[in-house]
Design a binder for this molecule. Structure first.
Ligand code: SF4
Length: 306
């Protein structure tokens, strides 16, 4: 059984505020996509989880983390080192989490949307306050190139599943479109994607973004100017262009070095963001002792676990 921590954070999410994350995959990536921009390592897509964390273990970890949470949480986020809807006990999990969730905190799931057509997945998703799905392409060749899906997935069925789920869902539905330079940024492709999103009922927000963390494949982000240009295609949609800037009122947490290193194992953190978790002197100390590595990605400096 995986020894990786199940709960991580709290982290300040650019889009959802203070978030406590629940990782359903354990130490290894388990996803039915292998997106070229994924911040996790490349991995062959799978159709079902092979390492399945026991439900009771997850619930207990969440209970403990909530009892010791140092901030007022905005969201309790179900995610994965991969795709959380592959977890076979998702309905039981969300039903167990709901009574534990503080009244001011919303339940959120981050998904790639590929299994929204499955009745058992839909039953679980209906219990979440916020469902966020990513959608990078609605044309098959572009979809295969950017998301590198399992060969058992069919884009047409995925799109039907999203529409079907959206027709019935009463919570906050958020779509995320991530644009990769030279892959899914052609205006005709973006227009096709927009035409699909315009059919999705009850869409509360569309986040348009580009790569801002080190990707698993050698791909490039689009420029901010191009992103703004592409944004003009999103007519009649609640478009949001998230910014990396952290609000000035964001509190500082002063995590222990080991807690900070656990966060880094999950994803690289920008220096700007890291300063909200540890003072500069402590980060310099970890760097001097080679516990972390500093790397520049575009214009942004990131810390990595060494
Ligand atoms: S769906 Fe998410 S976890 Fe899976 S490969 Fe894509 S970015 Fe990575």
């Amino acid at each position: 059984m995986s020894k990786a921590p199940i709960v991580f954070g709290p982290l300040r999410s650019r889009r959802f505020g203070w978030s406590l994350g629940i990782d359903l995959s354990g130490a290894i990536k388990q996803c039915n996509f292998d997106c070229i921009y994924c911040e996790l390592a490349k991995a062959k897509p799978i159709d079902r989880m092979y390492t399945i964390l026991p439900l009771e273990m997850i619930v207990q970890a969440v209970q403990e983390a909530l009892a010791n949470c140092p901030v007022r949480l905005d969201v309790l986020t179900t995610t994965a080192n991969g795709e959380p809807t592959l977890y076979p006990h998702l309905l039981d999990l969300i039903c167990a989490l709901k009574p534990l969730t503080p009244p001011h905190t919303q339940t959120l799931i981050l998904s790639n949307g590929s299994l929204f057509g499955k009745p058992e997945v839909q039953r679980a998703l209906h219990h979440y306050d916020i469902v966020k799905f990513s959608l990078d392409a609605t044309l098959s060749p572009v979809f295969k190139k950017i998301d590198r899906p399992s060969k058992n997935l069919c884009l047409e069925s995925i799109l039907e599943g999203i529409l079907d789920f959206a027709n019935q869902y009463s919570g906050m539905l958020v779509a995320e479109v991530l644009v990769v330079q030279g892959v899914n940024d052609a205006p005709e492709h973006i227009q096709a994607l927009v035409s699909f999103l315009q059919q999705v009922k009850n869409l509360a927000r569309v986040d348009l973004s580009t790569i801002d963390r080190p990707p698993s494949y050698k791909v490039q982000p689009t420029s901010h100017a191009q992103l703004l240009q592409l944004a003009t295609h999103f007519e009649n949609l609640p478009l949001s262009l998230p910014s990396r800037t952290t609000p000035p009122q964001m509190p500082h947490l002063h995590l222990t070095p080991s807690a900070f290193l656990e966060l880094l194992k999950r994803r690289p953190l920008s220096v700007e963001e890291s300063l909200h978790y540890m003072p500069k002197s402590a980060l310099d100390d970890l760097l001097a002792h080679h516990a972390i590595i500093l790397r520049k990605v575009g214009l942004v400096d990131f810390y990595y676990a060494s």
